[in-house]
Design a binder for this molecule. Structure first.
Ligand code: ADP
Ligand code: MG
Length: 874
């Protein structure tokens, strides 16, 4: 016998192997979570003249507004509130629609081995029971769920007692023979006398199960066998009662029902210990069981003076499933392969507050407790929501009430939880409905771990179908050979049949010696038996033969099938091989293409590099060109400047020379005029009159005046004369002899005592002396070398330099005897003389400069040209 327990948040198989080990608290896949699905159903008003306070806005939203005379004023405003749900069902929505949307997925999950919880919540009279159970002629979710389950698993149900629930919330599996024996045992037991012994549904409710929906789960695993177990409990006053418990009928003094306790199984699922769980094989049977519980509930209500709207009713549907063995014949006797899932359908007590019903005494306590368990449900949901939303780890007070404790595992384990909020739109329920809506909206924010898919068993699928086909074939063949097989005798053992067909043995007691009847009778019977035996053994041999041939046929068919499959396999192999070669070819192609791409990429990079280099080169060249162009422009500008400067300098020079020449010519002209005048005077005046010296002096001065006047150069010396050194202190000379001078063989060489002889004008030397003499040589117009001694005084300038003011020029000239007669300038100082005059004017023009040399000048020693008044030594 094998055992399994409902799927919980732990791995069932792991727990089965090591039952002592605590199962991890966390669900197996915490990342996959679904929110609690909350739906809202608005029932129609009982009377059309009732005031309504709830409107369905759209498929997901309802709006609730305070009724007249119950208006909330907030800032003087009339307040309406909207609530959103997964789906809202209006007054016209039929049960089937509700079932399709809300319950169908839960049934599908149940058949796939996952747990589900569906509860209805709302105030009394809001339609919870109508929704869950239904009303006469209008079945609710519960009968519809049962119908769908049996529609889906109907043909795959296990024989009764193949699955056996144990008392620890687990399930066992046993072989069909054991199950048969147990069935026979139960059938043999006398039926207990119970008040509900008739087991009949009230005729007015009987049609609730006639849903005529034929709704079923499409992809049921046909290689599994299934069994459905139902239990029905009630939680009243925080006590759990088993509504299916068969208490012995005591008409005089009925015993009050015994409450049950909650236990936790090894997978941390909660269960009601010792609760009756009935295996049911059809919707009718299941609903009949439900109705039994319902009746009991009503009896308790009347007998114990209670109100059913104050209790929570829980109808639990458990589905056990296990795979068929490899032959597809019997259930696999492996407990690891059994799956037990459950769907709990809960019709909660009315959520209204105590004072509304004006409950008193016993009722008040009940109401208080009911509210307490609903309050606990609210608190649990709130804490769960906070924990999930804010990542907190507050303890959820499941244990505070039986209701929450029983369903604890749905919230912190895995499963699908759905809630239908029922509301009556009538105005009297406004306040309660508001509370219901708030709770429902909050519940939507709680998430529950999604159950993981059940692992498939390792056996090949389609076993049941194959086995069925084989059985059919076998029975057909047997029928052909030896008449039909009575289905009823199938279950009876062959031995029984044999024994029944034997003639009974007569009494073997020999009481009389003369008894000659007993023995022959015995012999006769024995012979008959012998004959029968022979017949049977012949039949057996025949059957064996038939079976052998059948087996052979089967074998051959199997072989043929195998061959066929082999052929197909080899074909597939060939296809695979072809595809493989194709794949290889394509892979090669891919490789070559990749190689090409690589090469192209490399080439591209090389080209790009080249391009970059060339661009850089181009850039540097263009920069260079630009630089050169700008250099050229600068040079041009400079040259132009220089040209302009030079031109200006030369123009000035030319102007100066022209002016000098003009002056000279004017002087000559004047001298000639003067001479002419003198001659005239001589001619016209008496002979003794001689020209006065002062006049000559004046005359001599005059041209200087005239020569100065056109000149733009100031005639004042650039220095103050008082700086001149005293002559009495003894003169010292700078004898400036340029190295280009040629040595002359003159007899009278100029000799200056204590002179500093320099080759170039030297400021240092000038600073030490007060006289300067420049020996200048030039080629005279007659081709002879003319040496001039240009003399001047040295002055200190204001800027700290030295200035020379030329005072006189001494001309030394050599003449060949063939040419003009040689003269020494000082020897004939007469200014009136023509030749001399012309000779010195030229030199004087050229030397009418003063040289100023300044120490520490940035330009170094420089020359400044000044026109000087002509002065001649007398
Ligand atoms: P609850 O179980 O919440 O106390 P019930 O299901 O017993 O409420 O409903 C009270 C009455 O209202 C019942 O007679 C029921 O037939 C009726 N009723 C509830 N919901 C609907 C509905 N959607 N359509 C028609 N009648 C309804
Ligand atoms: Mg009800």
């Amino acid at each position: 016998m094998a055992t399994a327990r409902p799927r919980g948040h732990g791995d069932m198989r792991a727990a089965a192997r090591t039952p002592r080990r605590p199962v991890p608290k966390k669900p197996s896949n915490p990342s996959l979570k679904d929110p609690v699905g909350v739906y809202c159903r608005v029932r129609p008003l009982s009377r059309p003249d009732q005031e309504c306070c709830i409107e369905v806005i759209n498929e997901t939203t309802v709006q609730i507004h305070p009724p007249d005379g119950y208006r909330i004023f907030r800032n003087g405003e009339y307040r309406e509130t909207q609530y959103s749900f997964k789906e809202v069902f209006g007054t016209l929505v039929v049960q089937k629609k509700l079932f399709d949307v809300v319950a169908k997925p839960l049934v599908e999950d149940l058949i796939r081995g996952k747990n589900g919880l569906l509860f209805t919540y709302g105030v009394t009279g809001s339609g919870k029971t109508h929704t869950m159970t239904g009303s006469p002629g209008d079945g609710g979710l519960l009968p519809r769920c049962l119908d769908m389950i049996f529609n889906s698993i109907g043909p795959f149900q296990a024989k009764r007692f193949v699955f056996k629930l144990d008392d620890k919330n687990g399930v066992d599996v046993q072989c069909e023979v054991d199950a048969l024996l147990e069935r026979q045992k139960r059938d043999a037991m006398p039926v207990p006398k119970t008040p509900s012994g008739k087991r009949q549904i009230d005729p007015e409710f009987a049609d609730m199960i006639n849903v005529q929906d034929h709704c079923k789960v499409e992809d049921v695993d046909e290689d599994n066998v299934y069994s459905v177990f139902v239990s029905y409990i009630e939680i009243y006053n925080n006590y759990i009662y088993d509504l299916l418990e068969e208490a012995p009928f005591e008409p005089i003094k009925p015993k009050p029902p015994q409450s049950k306790i909650l236990r936790e199984d090894q997978n941390h699922n909660m269960y009601v210990m010792g609760c009756t769980e009935v295996e049911v094989k059809s919707t009718e049977e299941a609903f009949e069981v439900f109705w039994r519980g319902q009746k009991k509930r009503r009896i308790a209500d009347t007998q114990l003076n209670r109100e059913s709207s104050r209790s929570h009713s829980v109808f639990i549907i458990k589905l056990a499933q296990a795979p068929l063995d490899a032959d597809g014949d019997n259930v696999l006797q492996e407990k690891e392969q059994i799956t037990l899932s459950q769907l709990s359908l809960v019709d909660l007590a009315g959520s209204e507050r105590t004072n509304r019903t004006k409950a008193e005494g016993n009722r008040l306590r009940e109401a208080g407790n009911i509210n307490q368990s609903l309050m606990t449900l609210r608190t649990c949901i709130e804490v769960l929501r906070e924990n999930q939303m804010y990542g907190m780890n507050k303890m959820v007070p499941y244990r505070d009430s039986k209701l929450t404790h029983l369903f604890k595992n749905y919230f912190d384990g895995e499963g699908k939880v759905r809630m239908i909020v029922c509301v009556n739109p009538k105005a009297e329920d406004y306040e309660e409905s508001l509370q219901v809506m708030r709770f429902a909206e909050m519940t939507q924010e709680v998430e529950v771990a999604r159950p993981v898919d059940r692992a498939l068993c390792g056996l090949t699928p389609g076993r049941r179908l194959r086995n069925q086909a084989f059985q059919e074939e076998l029975s057909r063949k047997l029928e052909m050979r030896g008449g039909p097989i009575n289905e009823e005798t199938e279950e009876q053992s062959v031995a029984e049949m044999f024994l029944q067909s034997l003639p009974p043995l007569p009494s073997c007691e020999l009481l009389d010696v003369n008894d000659d009847q007993t023995l022959p009778k015995l012999i006769e019977v024995l012979e008959k038996r012998q004959k029968l035996r022979q017949m049977l053994s012949e039949e057996f041999a025949k059957n064996v033969l038939t079976f052998k041939t059948m087996l052979q046929e089967f074998d051959s068919s199997v072989v043929a099938k195998e061959n066929y499959l082999q052929g197909k396999l080899s074909e597939k192999d060939k296809t695979i091989a072809r595809q493989k070669t194709d794949v290889e070819r394509l892979e090669k192609k891919i490789k070559t293409l990749e190689y090409k791409i690589e090469i192209l990429e490399k080439t591209t990079t090389i080209y790009e590099e080249d391009k970059r280099n060339l661009q850089q080169e181009l850039e540097s060249k263009s920069q260079k060109l630009q630089r050169q162009a700008s250099d050229k422009r600068r040079l041009e500008a400079r040259l132009q400047g220089m040209v302009a400067e030079t031109t200006m300098k030369w123009e000035k020079e030319c102007e100066r020379r022209v002016a000098a020449k003009q002056l000279e010519m004017q002087n000559k002209l004047w001298v000639k005029d003067e001479k002419l005048k003198q001659l005239k005077a001589i001619v016209t005046e008496p002979r003794n009159e001689k020209p006065e010296r002062p006049s000559r002096e004046r005359d001599r001065e005059k041209p200087v005046q005239r020569s100065v006047s056109p000149s733009p150069v100031p005639n004042a010396p650039p220095v103050r004369l008082r700086h001149r050194r005293s002559r009495s202190a003894g003169e010292r000379w700078v004898d400036h002899k340029p190295p280009s001078n040629l040595p002359t063989e003159t007899v009278m060489q100029p000799h200056v005592p204590h002179a500093i002889t320099v080759a170039a004008a030297s400021e240092k030397a000038l600073a030490k002396c007060d006289k300067y003499m420049l020996t200048h040589q030039e080629l005279a117009s007659d081709g002879e070398i003319e040496t001039k001694l240009i003399k001047g005084d040295v002055f200190k300038t204001r800027g700290g330099g030295q200035a020379v003011q030329f005072t006189e020029i001494e001309t030394l000239k050599q003449e060949s005897p063939t040419g003009r007669k040689r003269r020494s300038s000082p020897s004939n100082p007469d200014p009136a003389e023509d030749a001399t005059d012309s000779a010195w004017t030229d030199v004087e023009t050229r030397c009418s400069v003063a040289v100023e040399m300044r120490a520490g000048s940035a330009l170094g020693p420089g020359y400044q040209h000044h026109a000087q008044p002509k002065r001649r030594k007398p």
